[in-house]
Ligand binder design. Structure first.
Ligand SMILES: Nc1ncnc2c1ncn2[C@@H]1O[C@H](COP(=O)(O)OP(=O)(O)OP(=O)(O)O)[C@@H](O)[C@H]1O
Length: 232
């Protein structure tokens, strides 16, 4: 389902390039649930954005569902993502001028995986599933933070994606909503047979996953060590 090999992400800075992520190997199988944990700045969001094809790595291999996504140009990557990957962001990333139902429907219209005549029924079913059937015609900017994240979960699962990514999906929520939203995300991925990769600082949430992947924050001494390996 997902295979990452020898991944490196480097950003250029004023003085010298800074490597913020190195990842020799990460493999996720179908329907597996994986937590990515690590200190702030270790590259969790960057890793998820690389898997989603939003950020390009400096080197390495990223294979999603048998496709080498680094070979896809931007428009083909957008189409691939919309069909195969659901993404739940920390700050929801909903279209604020539109209703809950419209947000879910737009995802289906763009991907064209769900036949047109089934889209409305599926949107209603998903919003019912996340407990928002009474809010479906409300503009999302009028919804509470927890409600907005539940719309985002419904949208992420709208196209029955085999892979769902979630970047600290409960970071903007209070503790009651956090548990509710996280459990909903996990349950819905199980229900729709989607693999889930979630970055989180919350160890209780990470412990609910099948596997915890620890990312270490890189330090300047890592680069010095790497340089001395090269010159050894
Ligand atoms: N476009 C960019 N240009 C330069 N540096 C960047 C860029 N994007 C991210 N970084 C740096 O890369 C590092 C990793 O960032 P990232 O957001 O992936 O970390 P994170 O583990 O998700 O952090 P947090 O837990 O705080 O959200 C940080 O030091 C960040 O400043």
């Amino acid at each position: 389902m997902l295979l990452i090999k020898q991944l490196v992400k480097t950003y250029s800075s004023e003085h010298q390039p800074i490597t913020i992520l190195t990842l020799p190997l990460l493999e996720v199988s179908e329907q597996q649930k994986v937590a990515i944990v690590g200190p702030s700045g270790c590259g969790k969001s960057t890793l998820l954005n690389i898997i989603a094809g939003i950020v390009r790595p400096s080197s390495g291999e990223v294979n999603v569902l048998g496709t080498d996504i680094l070979q896809l140009r931007e428009t083909r990557m957008d189409a691939f993502r919309s069909r195969h990957i659901g993404y739940v962001f920390q700050n929801f990333n909903l279209l604020s001028g539109f209703t809950a139902l419209e947000n879910v429907m737009f995802a289906m219209q763009f991907a064209k995986v769900i036949p047109q005549k089934e889209r409305k029924a599926r949107g209603l079913e998903l919003l019912d599933r996340v407990g928002l059937i009474h809010r479906l015609n409300n503009k999302v900017n009028r919804l509470s933070q927890g409600e907005q994240q539940r719309v985002a979960i419904a949208r992420a699962l709208a196209n029955k994606p085999p892979l769902v990514l979630a970047d600290e999906p409960t970071a903007s929520l209070d503790s009651d909503n956090s548990a509710l939203v996280f459990n909903l995300l996990v349950e819905m991925c199980s229900q729709f047979n989607s693999a889930l990769i979630v970055s989180t600082h919350d160890i209780d949430m990470a412990n609910q996953m099948d596997y915890i992947f620890h990312l270490r924050k890189r330090s300047e001494s890592d680069d010095v060590e790497a340089m001395s390996d090269v010159f050894a």
